[in-house]
Design a protein around this ligand. Structure first.
Ligand SMILES: [Zn+2]
Length: 426
């Protein structure tokens, strides 16, 4: 498999046991759409125009790892780096709904209600508000309402900008501002499966690496879908929605079997990379996994991987063969599993010969017809064979799983006859 993968240059790590992966990567972009590209009627708060402030965004909307504080949080806005006292513009007409020192984290801040859109824009960490600006005062689009600072919980000069759908319910009322502010939306995130593991085999884990260019920090959803490889049945379907925060709960590093490892800019490429880890996925040991990353404009990157079981059933070491009065034989053994002792194997190959069975004599041994279906691993299993059989007779078996993995040969069991032969009187 390594050779196969290398030949196709697929960036996978095979550092796990018992699985192989067939990998197909696919990235496609739908035609660029206006939706997700923002509202042309709005302006950006720093440029004061339709020119995006995105090159200066130091922290995008959504989950992030706060390296300076060694904790995970969910960033409810975008941070736009700018020198102290850079003017901040109202993104459209509105009314000042909050003004002043809003909290120790927000610092000096302004919230503006925009009746035409029925939403709020929020401007945090200001150095000062515009002279004369008061609560409930109307503001017009482009009006300078305040100046960039680092008041509140911040360690550098920037504007923290938010879109809030409602005045309350913060921060779940926030939405990604890049879905509202005008901007080109043409690229597709890139997505790759960094690792697909299954340990134990019944709970796969997949690690995804998603990259978006700095110009479009609009990653919106990451999803993984796990399907039974044989039937196509959906075994698990998980996603994290950056915009709507559907994975409700506290902002912890591990949540609902999803771990996000945001995120950092590559200074060389100006790209932003998030690692998403979906763990304890429910499924078999043979499955097809589809991962998707979607941006606000609906551009979707998709990768699929197929993983199958390489672990055969454990070899049977408990086989016994007991002769019957009718000349037949009762075989008994403990069933192995699908993978070692786990699960249920798919079939048996049971054979007998007139000599002890080893890997060589196995080849010429006689295969028994109508082998029973394997029971679950660990269960006692029996089979009765009718004669005639060679004397002496030896039995052995192998078990296979549904992936075609075949166990090692069992012990060779010689038939033990409980003697019913009548004593011949002379
Ligand atoms: Zn911020």
């Amino acid at each position: 498999m390594r050779r196969f993968l290398a030949a196709f240059s697929f960036p996978l790590f095979l550092s796990f046991a018992g699985l192989y992966i067939l990998f197909a990567g696919l990235t496609f972009a739908r035609a660029a759409k206006v939706s997700g590209g923002g509202l042309d009627s709005l302006i950006w708060p720093i440029s004061g125009s339709s020119t995006p402030d995105t090159p200066a965004i130091s922290s995008p909307f959504g989950p992030r790892w706060q390296a300076s504080q060694s904790r995970y949080d969910y960033h409810p806005g975008i941070d736009i780096a700018a020198p102290q006292d850079t003017p901040i513009h109202a993104i459209t007409d509105g009314v000042v709904s909050e003004l002043g020192w809003l909290s120790n984290s927000a610092g000096l801040a302004i919230v503006v209600y925009h009746p035409s859109l029925d939403l709020y824009s929020a401007y945090l960490h200001l150095s000062r508000t515009a002279t004369g600006l008061t609560l409930h005062q109307p503001v017009t689009q482009g009006q300078v309402i305040g100046y960039v600072g680092n008041s509140g919980t911040t360690d550098f000069m920037h504007l923290h900008f938010e879109i809030r759908l409602t005045a309350t319910g913060y921060p779940t009322s926030t939405r990604n501002p890049l879905g509202y502010l005008p901007r080109p939306d043409v690229t597709t995130p890139t997505l790759s499966i960094a690792q697909l593991q299954s340990d134990p085999v019944y709970s796969p884990t997949v690690s995804l690496s998603i990259t978006v260019p700095r110009a479009e920090l609009d990653l919106n959803q990451i999803r993984v879908l796990l399907q039974d490889r044989a039937t196509g049945n959906v075994l698990d379907d998980r996603f994290v929605d950056f915009n709507r925060r559907l994975h409700t709960g506290s902002d912890t590093l591990d949540q609902d079997g999803i771990r996000l490892r945001p995120a950092h800019f590559h200074t060389a490429t100006q790209e932003y990379t998030i690692t998403a880890n979906f763990y304890d996925l429910h499924g078999f040991d043979s499955f097809t996994l589809t991962a998707q990353a979607t941006d606000l404009g609906g551009h979707t990157a998709t990768v699929t991987a197929t993983a199958g079981d390489l672990t055969p059933p454990a070899p049977v070491t408990t086989l016994t063969a007991q002769g019957r009065a009718d000349g037949g034989v009762d075989l008994r053994w403990i069933a192995p599993g699908d993978s070692d002792f786990v699960g249920t194997a798919a079939s048996y190959d049971i054979r007998y010969a007139g000599v002890p069975i080893n890997s060589f004599t196995w080849l010429s041994a006689v295969k028994v017809a109508n082998s029973p279906a394997p029971l679950a691993g660990g269960q006692a299993q029996t089979m009765t064979l009718s004669g005639p059989l060679p004397t002496p007779a030896y039995f052995a078996l192998k078990a296979s799983d549904n992936e075609g993995n075949v166990s090692l040969l069992s012990n060779s069991a010689q038939v033990v006859w409980t003697v019913f032969v009548p004593v011949v009187r002379r």
